[in-house]
Design a protein around this ligand. Sequence first.
Ligand SMILES: [Zn+2]
Length: 107
Amino acid sequence: MRLADLTVLLPHLAGVVVQRIERSAAGLRIWAQSRAGRAACGRCGRSAGRVHSRYERRLTDAALAGEPVEIRLRVRRFFCDTPLCPAHTFVEQIALPLVAWRLELEG
Ligand SMILES: [Zn+2]
């Protein structure tokens, strides 16, 4: 399966870059991260590009052509460099329709 096909089959992946796909007896596992280099602070709305840290979110409970799919989404925490913004750091929001997904924090 090509990555381009995958974003057609899973349109909610269009905003992310797929880095790796593994297929096992348990199903498909997809590693992805946001396509954007920057993110907007949720408190002040200013764009930020300085990454504070990264972690992984695991999204499960979906299927592709009957095969279980697990998405490992790499999420970044950014520094907000706006003076006086109370946020200091914030986690980027990645627009994935989560209706069908159970969101689990990992680690
Ligand atoms: Zn801010």
